[in-house]
Design a protein around this ligand. Structure first.
Ligand code: ATP
Ligand code: MN
Length: 469
């Protein structure tokens, strides 16, 4: 093959490629479809850089290699040298008139599973190794990338440091959910103590260890030195919840800020979420338009609803009154003290206020030990951000910075002091008011893509009975 500089399909279709018209270009990619006649073949070629395909036109008689042309079928991978020309066909501005093609890999039409279109999302989950090659998953994974980038960009621009908190943790005090054990003990010959317990002193770390459910406690250690930090990493929950909103392995963003009270915390969450959505509307318009057309015709309106409105702020107690007086029959009845379910959260957002809602001051019984107690002794300075279609998307709080009070809560909730002595010490040495929150990355992905199942917004989902790929 003649050596010609490779261009991404994105650059040929999207960027100003005018200066390349009538020039020789090279593209490489996977064949989406092939149609045409004995004399001319039209190939729709995609390289993942953009939702659209570039059309490659092959004048059959100018190629003397029948074997090669025969093997250019859906799913095969090719490199094309050709002339970029203005297209007279519908739906594209430019196309490539091929003069040289190299076949990298065939895809036998009798067995390649991604013929044409119309596969269900359930089927595509079973072929997660190939589904990135579909329009839908190409769009989702490009959006996932853009969203990750925007998260780092926002924090970098606002004076936050990216803190890497551990994935293997020695404490199970995070309290956010059931954990996966990390061990190198021989399962067929587990060392036991005299009292008949597993002897973890013989294990790799000399103590019981698990995969983290949250980076928050270590995040606080960072905030109490660097002022503003964030984490963005994988977290793990061994809950047997087979829902469309739960994964066993998911990514979480956890900013933690010294000198922020609950109000500063809410302001940050609101500004952050709006920034991310604005970024996607600016940078992923093609992919969003595709998802809107295929899956959710209110997608872009819903995204605009978030950036165009000031989030409604009210207390848990006020929310419970609204729900009690709503006349709705909820599956889970509401009264003061219960944890709100997604049906309640969605009622507030979608029926009562028609915009995102931030609830604050939850009963202490249903929230974690580290949240700052209010003067009423009954509620804590928690804040949950509720979104349409999703319900809770962010959970956060002002943290208890007083040593005595925090120590009291730890004893009350029977948390082992030896697990959290280091956390307590930050309240003994130079303690400071501080706040933070956790945003589930895949919950936000569900919201911005309009997809219905969380397994379709992460490349290789982990869920109960499911760790293939
Ligand atoms: P839920 O009640 O929906 O199970 P949670 O109250 O357990 O959520 P937190 O412990 O507050 O959630 O976790 C912080 C954020 O992480 C949540 O607001 C949510 O966005 C996300 N999240 C929690 N559990 C999961 C999960 N299993 N899969 C994906 N995201 C999750
Ligand atoms: Mn949960």
């Amino acid at each position: 093959m003649k050596q010609i500089k490779r261009h991404r399909v994105y650059d040929l279709l999207k960027k100003d490629s005018g200066h390349l018209i009538n020039k020789e270009v090279n593209v490489k990619g996977w064949v989406r479809t092939r149609r045409g006649s004995k004399h001319v073949a039209f190939i729709a070629l995609n390289d993942g850089s953009i939702i659209h395909n570039i059309q490659v036109v092959i004048d059959v008689k100018s190629f003397d290699n029948d074997d090669l042309l025969k093997n250019i079928t859906t799913g095969s991978c090719i490199s094309v040298n050709g002339k970029l020309v203005e297209s007279h066909g519908k739906g594209q501005a430019v196309e490539i008139q091929a003069f040289e093609i190299e076949l990298y890999g065939t895809a036998d039409p009798d067995v390649y599973p991604l013929q044409k279109k119309g596969h269900t999302l359930e089927f595509l989950r079973e072929i997660a190794h190939l589904r990135p090659r579909t329009n839908t998953f190409g769009a989702i994974f490009r959006i996932r990338h853009a969203l990750s980038f925007a998260i780092h960009k926002y924090f970098n621009e606002n004076g936050f440091y990216y803190l890497h908190t551990p994935i293997i943790t020695g404490s199970d005090a995070e309290g956010a959910g059931a954990m996966f054990r990390v061990t190198t003990l021989d399962m067929r010959n587990v060392p036991m103590t005299e009292e008949g317990r597993v002897d973890y002193t013989k294990d790799f770390f000399g103590k019981e260890t698990n995969l983290t459910v949250s980076g928050q406690l270590e995040g606080e250690l960072g905030a109490l030195a660097l002022s503003n930090i964030y984490t963005f990493g994988p977290t793990f929950r061994a809950e047997n919840s087979n829902t469309s909103r739960h994964l066993s392995e998911f990514w979480m963003i956890e900013p933690e800020m010294a000198f922020y009270d609950i109000r500063d915390n809410m302001d940050l969450a609101e500004s952050f979420l709006k920034y991310l959505i604005r970024y996607l509307l600016e940078h992923c318009d093609d992919d969003l338009a595709f998802l809107q057309k295929m899956y959710d015709n209110e997608l872009v309106d819903r995204l605009r609803m978030v950036i165009d409105n000031t989030f409604e702020r009210l207390t848990y107690t006020e929310a419970v009154e609204i729900l009690e007086q709503s006349g709705q029959s909820f599956e889970f009845p509401v009264k003061w003290g219960v944890d709100l379910q997604s049906e309640h959260e969605r009622y507030l957002v979608e029926k009562e206020f028609n915009k995102p809602v931030i609830l604050t001051d939850y009963p202490r019984e249903i929230k974690a030990f580290y949240m700052k107690m209010n003067d009423d002794g009954k509620t804590v300075r928690a804040m949950d951000v509720l979104f349409p279609k999703i319900g809770e998307i962010v959970g956060g709080s002002q943290r208890e910075e007083n040593y005595e009070k925090l120590h009291g809560r730890i004893s009350e909730m029977k948390i082992e002091e030896e697990d959290v002595w280091w956390y307590l010490e930050t309240r003994k040495f130079g303690t400071a008011p501080h706040s933070g929150f956790g945003l589930g990355f895949e919950r936000l992905m569900l919201f911005v893509t309009g997809m219905g199942n969380i397994r379709d917004v992460i490349p290789f989902p982990r869920a109960p009975q499911n760790a293939e790929f």
